[in-house]
Design a protein around this ligand. Structure first.
Ligand code: KG4
Ligand code: ZN
Length: 348
């Protein structure tokens, strides 16, 4: 078995073409080509546009990554690729490219789960993940609490959003406030000048009656509607919208619920490590509030730096390293892209 496997990771599940190269827990290259600017005027990712952009970016991004790492493709021990969940056409571009690279170099291919990769990436910054850990995964498409016994194969979902994902709520509220897509970064910035206690927005699924059946689930669509109603009412009355206060109050509601439930999951399972991943983990308030609350409860918090939280190829390579090191079998060369791959399946 290889001690410190050298793995190349390919990510194309949404609008970022990512190629990462990792040796053990050392990041050698993390090249990302984003098509986000092409989607901005539509207010969301257009699948066909994303697929075409992946096709165009794949080879140049691969070249940049190999140059940065100072290796040849034939040097790697394995190739890992996001096989799901994500946009079907976008995933297909990455999976097809990975198969071609695997056949050309005769290297094993691992089709991996995007959500598990968001958890595994933290090892690049903080070293091996203590197990078991609780993972809070918050992105544009997913919001989940996971019990992680082994990132290479033992992930149990504890709860997930029953409607919008946290990032989706950021994107929709940003649109409502006239901010660009994706909405997380502009809301994060605007909120710095606002009062998080200015408006009491609802905290979904935290009332005692909801907690019974949905203790570790999330709901953000009621919050999004509450923000829309509040803004509409002000506009109807001819008032200007205090954008910074709305952004800060909305953000506080999201981060409050995410951190309360994540810590509750740690305490319920007697686990003292919380790792947060996914694009929303780049949020400054989520990071600060999680730190504050984890400290209060004696929980170790691990959140990778913002660039590793949003989609990238390094996270796929990092998970690939775990799979190779654990001696997991490679995927068959006819592996499919599975847009609805459940988090319980780390490899295909
Ligand atoms: O993980 P990711 O890059 O892609 C998915 O797998 O979905 O997450 C993208 C999401 C978007 O909804 C974006 O608005 C959100 O992450 N996001 C943020 C921040 N940066 C990105 N949300 C809040 N605050 C941020 N700073
Ligand atoms: Zn993601």
């Amino acid at each position: 078995m290889v001690d410190e496997p050298l793995v190349l990771g390919i990510e194309t599940s949404c609008d970022e073409t990512g190629i990462g190269i990792v040796r053990g827990t050392t990041l050698l290259a993390d090249e990302v080509a984003s098509s986000v600017a092409e989607h901005a005027r539509f207010g969301g990712v257009v699948p066909e546009v994303a697929s075409r952009a992946h096709l165009e970016a794949m080879v140049p991004t691969m070249k940049r990554a190999l140059d940065t790492a100072g290796i040849r493709l034939s040097d790697v021990d394995a190739i890992a690729v996001t096989a799901g969940p994500g946009l079907a056409g976008a995933l297909l571009v990455g999976v097809a490219a990975a198969k071609a690279y695997s056949v050309a170099t005769d290297k094993p291919l691992y089709g991996v789960n995007h959500l598990a990769a968001h958890v595994a990436v933290d090892t690049l910054e903080h070293g091996p993940l203590p197990t078991p850990s609780i993972a809070l995964l918050v992105s544009g498409g997913h919001s989940s609490l996971l019990l992680v016994d082994d990132v290479a194969g033992g992930i149990t979902p504890l709860g997930a959003t029953i409607d919008d994902a946290a990032g989706e709520a950021y994107d929709k509220v940003a649109r409502l406030l006239g901010m660009p897509f994706p909405g997380g970064p502009p809301i994060d910035r605007a909120a710095r000048d606002g009062d998080p206690a200015a408006i009491a927005f609802p905290r979904g699924l935290t009332a005692p009656r909801d907690r019974a059946g949905h203790r570790f689930d999330f709901s953000f669509s009621g919050l999004k509607t509450a923000v829309a109603r509040w803004v509409e009412a002000r506009q109807r009355d001819g008032h200007t919208i205090p954008v910074a206060d709305v952004a800060a109050s909305f953000q506080e509601a999201v981060c409050d619920v995410l951190t309360v439930k994540a810590i509750d999951a740690c305490r319920e399972h007697g686990i003292d490590t919380l790792v947060i991943g996914g694009g929303v983990a780049a949020n400054s308030r989520l990071r600060a509030l999680a730190e504050e609350r984890c400290q209060r409860h004696g929980i170790r918090l691990r959140v990778p730096r913002p660039k590793l939280c949003t989609d990238n190829g390094a996270m796929v390579a990092a998970l690939g390293v775990h799979l190779v090191a654990a001696g997991r079998p490679a995927s068959p060369l006819d592996l499919p892209a599975d847009s609805a791959l459940p988090v319980t399946r780390v490899t295909i």
